[in-house]
Design a protein around this ligand. Structure first.
Ligand code: 13P
Length: 245
């Protein structure tokens, strides 16, 4: 039985004050959640305060991206063992915004995955197609290639031991979610690609998840939680999504 995971990706939102409020709100409700893992991924400068504010609660803290390099002259970058060293457990790699806006290729994403995995962080590997790719019937091919690049570098067992997030690009921040059936189709294909090892892999859905649509998404057999953007910036809304997982 796979334990659900609900992760909040705060992207580049927040301030010192709003992070304190949001963490306090999540901690106050996190104790009464059922059997679900909860994670928040704040902007990197707020990770230390989030770790402090979440201390003693069951809420984990993770990064939104990581360098593929271990250490060195890479101005502005953050290494995996830095995240691990301050107490992060997870890191998102290959988010579509990083792929599209910061030119992260499948091969760079695979390197980042490997860097994170090597220090004991659990990577959350994001995959997903654009609307154009979906319209051209290329969804499973695109997602399959994104996944295969990482499998090729680190092997299927390490990918299966991580978390995969299917985030159709056209559903991110648009208010349009994939239908539960559309998401399930891709999740099942991802699990199949991970072979038998994938039976235990948590595969999250991301893209305009809200408390009003979470239940039908979570009802799908291969959907094991969510990677939540906008709705994770409101503690009550985020907790409602966690409750449904
Ligand atoms: P939204 O939930 O705002 O659509 O964002 C999804 C996402 O990109 C999470 O990583």
């Amino acid at each position: 039985m796979r334990k659900s995971l609900v992760a909040g990706n705060w992207k580049m939102h927040g301030s010192v004050q709003s992070v304190e409020r949001l963490c306090a709100g999540i901690v106050s409700g996190a104790g009464s959640l059922g059997d679900v893992d909860v994670l928040v991924c704040p902007p990197s400068v707020f990770i230390p305060s989030a770790l402090q504010l979440m201390a003693g609660s069951a809420v984990a803290v993770g990064g939104q991206t990581v360098s593929e390099q271990a250490q060195g002259a890479y101005t502005g970058e953050i290494a995996a063992d830095m995240l691990k060293g301050i107490g992060c457990q997870y890191v998102i790699v290959g988010h579509s915004e990083r792929r599209a806006l910061y030119a992260e290729t499948n091969s760079v994403v695979a390197d980042k995955f490997a860097a994170a995995e090597a220090v004991g962080l659990t990577p959350i590997l994001c995959v997903g197609e654009t609307l154009e790719q979906r319209d051209q019937g290329e969804t499973l091919k695109v997602v399959g290639e994104q996944l295969q690049a990482v499998i090729h570098l680190v092997g299927v067992d390490k990918v299966a031991a991580a978390v995969v997030a299917y985030e159709p690009v056209w559903a991110i921040g648009t208010g349009v979610t994939a239908t539960p059936e559309q998401a399930q189709e891709v999740h099942a294909a991802i699990r199949q690609q991970l072979t038998e090892a994938g039976n235990g892999t948590r595969i999250l859905y991301g893209g305009s998840v809200k408390s009003s649509n979470a239940a039908e998404i979570f009802a799908q057999p291969d959907i094991d939680g969510a990677l939540v953007g906008g709705a994770s910036l409101d503690a009550d809304e985020f907790l409602k999504i966690c409750q449904q997982a």
